[in-house]
Design a protein around this ligand. Structure first.
Ligand code: C5J
Length: 234
């Protein structure tokens, strides 16, 4: 049976209600390759400073989730060093000089184990937090995410990370089809294309919340219950 909600966040299209005990914070692909200068994102011609503004609000949300003892899941987009899990279509799309697996200033692009593939220092996972490597855009595709959520009794997801219209959107759609109730945080998600960010968020909450809810981090943080001393580890 679904437990009664203990938090209510003012959101689009209406209040998002959840219980932190059955809610996971999902942080999508906050990797050096997407966020830092000289990473893959910049090599593709993108302005990575557009993603930097997500870091501070996301740090606050991550801190609050940790204080409440919520399940935290970090994802990383990337591939095996031998690239056997990289579809040729993904490797060749864009016809760029450099592609996934090519050497770059941060190591081989989007390859597991390389410096650029890892999560930025400001949001580094701590012990006990799942780090999920995904070969696709959606975090459910070819991963054990669904199993991990179900085994932890999770019904609700707070979705954050980059980029809004690609991996965040794909993951939110996948989660919605699997029955998870998703809140996407507008200032904790970001895109190289501000207009795509805006429209992607609108697509989520349109039609009565066709894929989920949208709110900013302030709305979420103000709605969170005060952590008990037990969950703070005191
Ligand atoms: C992209 C992602 N944009 N994490 N990946 O290729 O959104």
């Amino acid at each position: 049976m679904t437990p009664p909600p203990t938090a209510s966040v003012p959101a689009e299209p209406y209040a998002y209600e959840f219980d932190p005990a059955t809610t996971a914070l999902v942080i999508i692909d906050m990797q050096r390759d997407f966020l830092e200068p000289e990473g893959f994102g910049e090599m593709l011609g993108n302005d990575v400073s557009l993603l930097a503004k997500t870091v501070e609000p996301l740090q606050k949300v991550l801190g609050a989730a940790r204080d409440l003892g919520m399940l935290v899941i970090h994802t990383r987009e990337g591939h095996r060093p031998d690239l056997t899990d990289l579809p040729p279509s993904k490797r060749d799309r864009g016809k760029g000089e450099k592609t996934i697996g090519s050497p770059g200033p941060k190591g081989r692009i989007l390859v597991r184990g390389e410096f650029g593939h890892d999560i930025i220092d400001d949001l580094a996972p701590i012990e006990g937090e799942a780090v999920l490597d995904k070969p696709g855009k959606g975090a459910f595709y070819a991963t054990d995410l669904e199993l991990l959520l179900k085994n932890n009794g999770i019904t609700h997801l707070i979705v954050t990370g980059v980029t809004t219209e690609v991996c965040v959107h794909t993951t939110t759609r996948e989660a919605n089809d699997r029955g998870f109730e998703c809140l996407v945080l507008s200032d904790c998600t970001g895109s190289y294309f501000p207009e795509f960010h805006e429209m992607a968020l609108k697509m989520i909450s349109a039609q009565g919340g066709i894929f989920g809810w949208v709110a900013d981090s302030e709305a979420l943080l103000s709605a969170l219950p005060v952590p008990s001393t037990a969950s703070q580890g005191a």
